[in-house]
Ligand binder design. Structure first.
Ligand code: NOJ
Length: 798
């Protein structure tokens, strides 16, 4: 069963059946003014912070699922029938109600047709602006005039702090009120005091409309909805009139009723605006939209803005689902995770008031090939959140004050963030991220840029990276591998402060390899000699973690091995196998054996599980994944981010068929016709998919904000498609399904255009035989940057 389709031309996903298995969302705006909207107009908005700037309510996990939202109600004032511009909340029978939801790049358009009336509402946040616009067009498709009422509706929070608004009702019900002035509802919070209370950053809000005079309004939610009613049948809509109510000591809302008659074929166009502004600014904003041409202009701007980013890397392969994800949706999701981190979704309620170090450094990787300059800004930011001892701050506050931060060594940091200690892996993610940035741009001098440390002092990027190595080297466990500290990538794995993680050891190996190359380039001989020696030692140590055909997961503080093949449960873990390959530490033989083992034991129809069998009877104290049901999340679920690493590992080994097989299994678009199994949006990766021991094998969870976006993107771009930039050129080394006879890539590289046409008549999985650059035969599969012209054609033969 499918609920919609991809429109490659417009870069939209179009939902044709609104009764999707879960709310299928889109993101609008930016964290300055952010909005999330579902295909049924459910969702919420916030200013600057999901925690402290919440403007409108969304009830997470409620039985009236996916409510409330940005509602448009339409009422036929003659028949008294009413419906909504999105299928829900009124929920007319789908026999008579038709709808299309177009989720695009930072805009969503809902189109509905019912009772010979069509409505179209375009929701967006203008570029760089801090309010949202809903343009609604209602058209009479009937042969007679129609007398209609249109209601625009939002439910305001009573306090901008999400938690206060949700639970502290003895307080928040008594601090807010609403007013009506010139076509808009105005809401105030704590209006008797000037300053912000509890860090709240949206004390004044408005919801207004242009294009028609408001006939009636409600500012009191209970009056609009009515007693013992719901959003499916608000009394104001059913009864045909708002009551001109205002909230005082209750729940605020904005309901604006417009009443008009449409001749056959006639269209009424209005625009609702919502934002955190008082009367004066709100009036100015509304006035600026009196000319609706502004909306067209803004929407074009928005599309150009996003499409020009995405168009820097486009592909055309025989796999249409792959194309959709690479060309639009995976790329767009990478920007969303890059911008929003884990702040606000339908699972993240907005309370995480900062950037997770590892998450953000990973997220950057997904956009480097699309917008390296933006990536650079964030890399600098994350380096400024590195402590002078080399470790990363586990949580980087949104109001991070580089050079002046406390660290996990300070009780105040621990109290404020809830992070009791450093994590073993955080700063090690900097290496692949900085490497990818430098290789994409050639900006090797970045290593010499001076950046402050989180807690004061400054050093070059090169020195920052040295300290990250140092951080691990000073915290080695008894066997010479990095100690797990509080945790490694796996939030649920506590092997003890001095317990050792092979995953982190492989990361360290990779990090030292990267830095060693730069040390040699810089003629930093002493340091390079040191790294070469440490690499050899770590290599040997990791050899002791090899058990015939697999690497173990780690060694606990008390010396017990985790992830040994002898263990009754969790006796094979995915990440150490993939990272053994990615890091370059595994021998060729080990790499192939470990990958084969994963393929035999962990692979399922929906991807490779994180470990198997899941913990149940034999977990150790620090195996916190035991808290989860079997085959769920870290307890043997198909962790989607880890699919990226296994794809990359297979691709690096030249196993194109397997790399793509893993990709297809976790590709959301591949499940478009089985949406009832996967349930999440077919255009966005989720955090995990239920594994083989779940009764709902294949069901995905925790949409949008996940490291999967960037990790799978890197696996596809570098691994499958083989785009492997180096400082002085582009190495091309695809690992593809052998039945692809031909495919194309266009890429902007160092401000030059590359049109690549791949030929694979002989059906190879990997290996490039020859490349013609602008007609000239190159000596191997490396395209030197100095040979590039403004526009380039590459014919690549595999
Ligand atoms: C989600 C967290 O955001 C991420 O930091 C972590 O690596 C994964 N879970 C795996 O535990």
């Amino acid at each position: 069963m499918n609920y919609g389709y991809f429109d490659e031309q417009t870069k939209e996903y179009v939902i044709t059946r609104p009764d999707t298995p879960a709310p299928w969302a889109n993101y609008l705006g930016s964290p300055e003014y952010g909005a999330i909207i579902s295909n049924n107009a459910g969702g919420y908005s916030f200013v600057k912070s999901g925690a402290n700037g919440r403007l409108i309510r969304y009830r997470f996990n409620a039985i009236h699922s996916d409510q409330p939202g940005r509602y448009i109600y339409i009422r036929d004032d003659e028949s008294k029938d009413f419906w909504s511009g999105s299928w829900q909340p009124v929920g007319k029978s789908l026999e008579t109600y038709e709808s299309r939801c177009h989720h695009g790049t930072a805009y969503t358009k809902m189109v509905a047709r019912y009772a010979k009336i069509t409505s179209e509402t375009l929701y967006y946040v203008p570029l760089g602006k801090t309010y949202e616009v809903w343009r609604t067009r209602i058209t009479n498709q009937d042969t007679k005039p129609r007398h209609l009422s249109l209601f625009g509706y939002v439910e305001f929070t009573n306090d901008s702090n999400y938690e206060q608004d949700s639970v502290n009702l003895q307080y928040t019900q008594f601090i807010t009120r609403t007013y009506f002035k010139k076509n808009k509802i105005l809401q105030t919070i704590n209006e008797n005091v000037k300053e912000q209370i509890n860090g709240s950053n949206a004390k004044e809000r408005f919801f207004g409309v242009v294009g028609e005079t408001v006939s009636h309004y409600d500012g009191d939610r209970e009056v609009f909805v009515g007693r013992y009613r719901s959003y499916a049948n608000p009394i104001a809509v059913e009864g045909g009139t708002c009551s001109d109510s205002l909230n005082f000591n209750g729940n605020s809302c904005g309901a604006l009723q417009l009443t008009f008659t449409l001749a056959p074929g006639e269209t009424k166009e209005v625009a609702f605006l919502l934002g955190a502004y008082g009367d004066e600014v709100a009036s100015q904003l509304l006035a600026s939209y009196e000319n609706f041409e502004l909306i067209q202009k803004e929407i074009e701007e928005l599309k150009n803005y996003w499409h020009s980013k995405l168009n820097r890397f486009q592909i055309k392969t025989p796999d249409v689902a792959f194309n959709h994800m690479m060309n639009t949706w995976n790329a767009y999701q990478c920007f969303i995770t890059f911008i929003w981190s884990r702040a606000a979704s339908f699972q993240y309620c907005g309370l995480r008031n900062g950037y997770g170090y590892r998450d953000t450094v990973q997220d950057i990787q997904g956009i480097i090939h699309l917008e390296p300059d933006l990536a650079l800004e964030k890399i600098r930011f994350m380096l400024s959140a590195q402590v002078d001892n080399g470790g990363g701050l586990p949580l980087v506050k949104f109001n991070h004050h580089a050079g002046h931060e406390n660290t996990p060594d300070d009780p105040s940091y621990v109290a404020e963030t809830g992070h009791p200690s450093y994590r073993a892996d955080d700063a090690l993610w900097l290496f692949p991220t900085v490497l990818k940035y430098i290789n994409e741009t050639g900006h090797i001098d970045f290593l010499d840029e001076v950046i402050v440390f989180a807690n004061g002092g400054e050093a070059t990027v090169y020195e920052h990276l040295k300290r990250a190595i140092d951080f691990s080297m000073k915290r080695l466990g008894a066997h010479g591998m990095p100690a797990g500290l509080h945790a490694d990538w796996n939030d649920c794995l506590r092997m003890g402060k001095k317990g050792e993680s092979t995953f982190v050891a492989f990361q360290l190996y990779y990090a030292m390899t990267i830095l060693n190359k730069w040390a040699k380039d810089k003629q930093d001989i002493t340091y390079s000699t040191y790294l070469t020696k440490q690499l050899a030692i770590l290599h040997e140590t990791l050899q002791n973690c090899w058990e015939d055909d697999q690497f173990i997961r780690g060694i606990k503080e008390n010396g017990e091995v985790v992830g040994s093949k002898k263990d009754p449960e969790a006796n094979l873990w995915l990440n150490p196998q993939s990272w053994a390959v990615i890091s370059g530490c595994a021998t060729k033989e080990q790499a192939q054996k470990a990958l084969d083992k994963v393929y035999q034991k962990l692979n399922t129809p929906y991807g490779a599980v994180l470990l198997d069998p899941p913990y149940k009877e034999h977990a150790f104290d620090g195996a916190l994944m035991l808290l989860f049901n079997a085959s769920t999340k870290e307890n043997g679920g198909i962790f989607s981010q880890s699919q990226g690493w296994i794809i990359l590992a297979e691709a690096l080994m030249g196993n194109g068929n397997r790399a793509f097989e893993y990709y297809q299994k976790c590709n959301p678009a591949q499940m478009n016709d089985q949406a009832d199994i996967r349930q999440l949006e077919p255009y966005a990766h989720g955090q995990f998919i239920e594994g083989k021991r779940s009764p709902f094998h294949g069901r995905a969870h925790v949409h949008w904000l996940t490291g999967t976006a960037s990790t799978v993107m890197v696996a596809c771009v570098e691994g499958i498609l083989g785009m492997r930039p180096q400082v002085d050129g582009l190495l091309i080394s695809p690992s593809i399904p052998s039945d692809w006879k031909t495919f194309d890539i266009t890429k902007t590289f160092r401000n030059k255009q590359l049109s690549m046409h791949f030929h694979n008549e002989e059906g190879h999985e990997s290996g490039v035989q020859k490349i013609f650059l602008n007609g000239q035969l190159l000596k191997d599969n490396f395209v030197p940057v100095h040979l590039l012209e403004a526009e380039n054609t590459l014919e690549i033969y595999m």
